[in-house]
Design a protein around this ligand. Structure first.
Ligand code: SAM
Ligand code: DTB
Ligand code: SF4
Length: 342
C-alpha cells in the first residue's frame, strides 16, 4: 500500500540551478524530502533485483576512461568473443532458478553489427521464454536495431549518459554526448523501457553531477531505471587513482535522482563491493530501490550474494514479487515491474 505522501506531477523542465540547489541542501533536509517522494511512489521496503552477464568481453574500440574493456587501455583483462546463445540461456536458466527476475546482458561494443544483433535477438527470445524480463546494453543503436530488439520482446535497453555534457570530453573522445542522446531517443521511440544513469567519482564537480542528473530528468520521458555507478577503479585505465568520492556525495546524488525522477527505479549499481553496509543503507534510505545481485558485474566483482541477503534482511528489505503499474497525472512515463522472492 502506498503511503499518505503526496505525489507531485513528474517534471522534465529542471534548471541546473534548481538541481544544484537540491544537491546543496542540508543532508537531513535532502533525505527527508527524498524519502517523502520515495514513499509516495514505491513501497520503501522493497528492492528490485537484476542479474548481469557479460556476453562479449573486452577488445572494445571505444576509449571510455573508466573502462577495463577498452582496447586502448592497459587493463589486465582476457577478451572473450560473443558467447554462444545456448551458453547464455543456460546461465539465465540458473539465474531463474536462483530467483532472478530480470536478466541483463552487456557487450563491449561501440555498436552491434546486424549479424551480432541477430544472435542477441535469439538470446532475448530465449530468456523471455523462460519468463524473465530482459535488458541489454550493446552500445549505440540505430532506429532499425531498436525496432528489431523491441520485436524480439526485449524489455529494457541500458545506455548511460555517464556524466555531464561539460565533463564528458575528459572521459570519452570516441563518441559524442549527442550520440548517446540519439540512441536513447531511438530506444524510447520504439517503446522499449530505458535504463540510463551515470558514474560518480571520476573527478567531476558537484555541478557536473547536477548537470548529469538534469540531463536524465529532462529527457522526453524519465528513464524507467536509473543506475548510479560509483567508479570501479581499474589499474591500467586512465581514471585509475582518482581521488575517492566523499560517500555522502553518493547518497546526495541518489536522493536527488529520487526527487527528480520519482517513479523511476534508482539502482545502486557498480561499486557496492567497496561500500560499507551503512553507506548502502543510507542509499536505500535516500531512495535507491534496485541493485545488481550476483557475484560479478560485467568484469568487476560485485558485493557477495550472502552479504547482500544478510544486509537486506537486517534492514527488513525484501525482493518480493510485486506488479505495480504507476501512472501519474501529467506524467511523462509509466512503469510496470515484476519482482519475486529470491
Ligand atoms: N559497451 C556498451 C556501452 O558502453 O554502451 C555497454 C557496456 S558498458 C560496460 C555499460 C556501462 O557500464 C557504461 O556506460 C558505464 O556507465 C558502466 N561502467 C563501465 N565500467 C565501469 C567502471 N569501471 N566503474 C563504473 N561503471 C562502469
Ligand atoms: C550500469 O549502469 N552498470 C552496469 C550495467 N549498467 C551494465 C555495469 C557496471 C560495470 C562495472 C565494471 C565492470 O564490471 O567491468
Ligand atoms: Fe567499450 Fe562500453 Fe567499455 Fe566504453 S564502456 S570502452 S563502449 S565496453
Amino acid at each position: 500500500m502506498l503511503s499518505t505522501h503526496t505525489r507531485t506531477p513528474l517534471r522534465n523542465d529542471w534548471t541546473l540551478d534548481e538541481v544544484e540547489a537540491l544537491l546543496n541542501l542540508p543532508f537531513s533536509d535532502l533525505l527527508f524530502r527524498a524519502q517523502g517522494v520515495h514513499r509516495a511512489h514505491f513501497d520503501p521496503n522493497r528492492i528490485q533485483v537484476s542479474t548481469l552477464l557479460s556476453i562479449k568481453t573486452g577488445a572494445c574500440p571505444e576509449d571510455c576512461g573508466y573502462c577495463a574493456q577498452s582496447a586502448k587501455h592497459e587493463a589486465q583483462l582476457e577478451p572473450e568473443p560473443l558467447m554462444p546463445v545456448e551458453d547464455v540461456l543456460e546461465i539465465a536458466q540458473q539465474a531463474r532458478h536462483g530467483g532472478a527476475t530480470r536478466f541483463c546482458m552487456g557487450a563491449a561494443w561501440r555498436n552491434p553489427t546486424d549479424k551480432n544483433l541477430e544472435k542477441v535477438v535469439r538470446m532475448v527470445e530465449g530468456i523471455h521464454a523462460l519468463g524473465m524480463e530482459t535488458c541489454v546494453t550493446l552500445g549505440m543503436l540505430t532506429a532499425a536495431q531498436a525496432h528489431r530488439l523491441k520485436d524480439a520482446g526485449l524489455d529494457y535497453y541500458n545506455h548511460n549518459l555517464d556524466t555531464s555534457p561539460e565533463f564528458y570530453g575528459q572521459v570519452i573522445t570516441t563518441r559524442t554526448y549527442q550520440d548517446r542522446l540519439d540512441t536513447l531517443e531511438h530506444v524510447r521511440a520504439v517503446g522499449l523501457k530505458t535504463c540510463s544513469g551515470g558514474i560518480l567519482g571520476m573527478g567531476e564537480s558537484r555541478r557536473d553531477r547536477a548537470s548529469m542528473l538534469r540531463q536524465l530528468a529532462n529527457l522526453p520521458a524519465h528513464p524507467e531505471s536509473v543506475p548510479i555507478n560509483l567508479l570501479v577503479q581499474v589499474e591500467g585505465t586512465p581514471l585509475f587513482g582518482r581521488e575517492a568520492l566523499d560517500p555522502f556525495e553518493l547518497v546526495r546524488v541518489v536522493a536527488v535522482a529520487r526527487i527528480l525522477m520519482p517513479a523511476s527505479y534508482v539502482r545502486l549499481s557498480a561499486g557496492r563491493s567497496e561500500m560499507s553496509d551503512e553507506l548502502q543503507a543510507l542509499c536505500f534510505l535516500s531512495g535507491a530501490n534496485s541493485i545488481f545481485y550476483g557475484e560479478r558485474l560485467l568484469t568487476a566483482p560485485n558485493a557477495e550474494s550472502d552479504r547482500d541477503r544478510q544486509l537486506l534482511d537486517r534492514l527488513g528489505l525484501s525482493f518480493e514479487e510485486v506488479e505495480a503499474e504507476r501512472t501519474d497525472p501529467g506524467a511523462c512515463n509509466k512503469t510496470t515491474e515484476h519482482r519475486i522472492s529470491l
